[in-house]
Design a protein around this ligand. Structure first.
Ligand code: FPP
Length: 237
């Protein structure tokens, strides 16, 4: 058993739309309520001594949602990034966004860059928000960069290692997730941290993301602490 909480927790925040629909509300209310769950989860991670938290906020596939929802999510992202930074800074949280950020609107990018700058000296909790994130795109870009190093004569084929591939990912320098939680009863990774999740533990819960609070968080952490992680080795009894 690990006995310890995960050093790095990653969450696929799912079920905002269903939460809203069940209350006869517009889907967007689910996303607004989802922000409350993010605040709670950040506080719970700090309380439990978890050092890294990665949240899947917007995938490369989410652009295919209706324009109204995509624009609303981008606005919410921008608003939250601006409004939440002072409190996150106070809490000792370092904020980072991972994903292909180049194609985001200038206003969104500026708010992201500001959050990076404002919180870069913090170390209590590293909060990574995955936006326009897709694991296949991340790996493709990493492999292209490595191929170019080979073409330019800066790298020998034999020097391509899994560590080097990890270094070229958006998550460079961030430890792999120990535990990945997905809410809302779906049991899949949906293009999230495919490389980094090689030895992650998984916890799937029926709770919808806007309802995810202390009780389910602690259930997931306690469940994780009882897991025996072998990383492909033999378990020593
Ligand atoms: C999945 O629920 C949720 C998302 C795609 C967005 C997650 C966003 C938030 C928690 C709000 C904060 C947003 C940003 C960008 C910081 P879903 O809409 O797929 O729910 P459903 O499966 O019930 O339809």
């Amino acid at each position: 058993m690990t006995f310890l909480p995960p050093g790095h927790l990653a969450v696929i925040m799912d079920g905002n739309g269903r939460w809203a629909k069940a209350r006869g509300l517009d889907r967007f209310h689910g996303h607004i309520q989802g922000v409350e769950s993010i605040r709670r989860t950040v506080e719970l991670c700090i309380e439990h001594g978890i050092k890294y938290l990665t949240l899947y906020a917007f995938s490369t596939e989410n652009w295919g949602r209706p324009d109204e929802e995509v624009n609303g999510l981008m606005e919410l992202l921008c608003k939250c990034t601006v409004n939440e930074v002072p409190e996150l800074k106070k809490q000792g949280v370092r904020v980072r966004f991972i994903g292909d950020l180049d194609i985001l609107d200038d206003k969104v990018r500026e708010s992201i860059e500001n959050s990076h700058r404002e919180t870069r000296d913090n170390d209590k909790l590293h909060l990574m928000l995955a936006v326009n994130y897709g694991s296949r795109a991340e790996l493709t870009s990493s492999l292209k960069e490595i191929a170019n190093m080979v073409i330019d004569g800066d790298l020998a084929i034999d020097d391509i290692t899994s560590d080097l591939i990890s270094e070229k990912l958006y998550t460079s320098g961030i430890p792999d997730p120990d535990l990945i939680i997905r809410t809302s009863g779906e049991c899949r990774l949906s293009n999230f941290l495919l490389w980094q999740a090689a030895y992650s533990e998984f916890y799937f819960t029926d709770v919808l993301w806007p309802d995810f609070g202390r009780e389910e968080f602690e259930r997931a952490i306690e469940n994780y602490k009882k897991r025996t992680r072998r990383f492909g080795l033999v378990h020593n009894k």
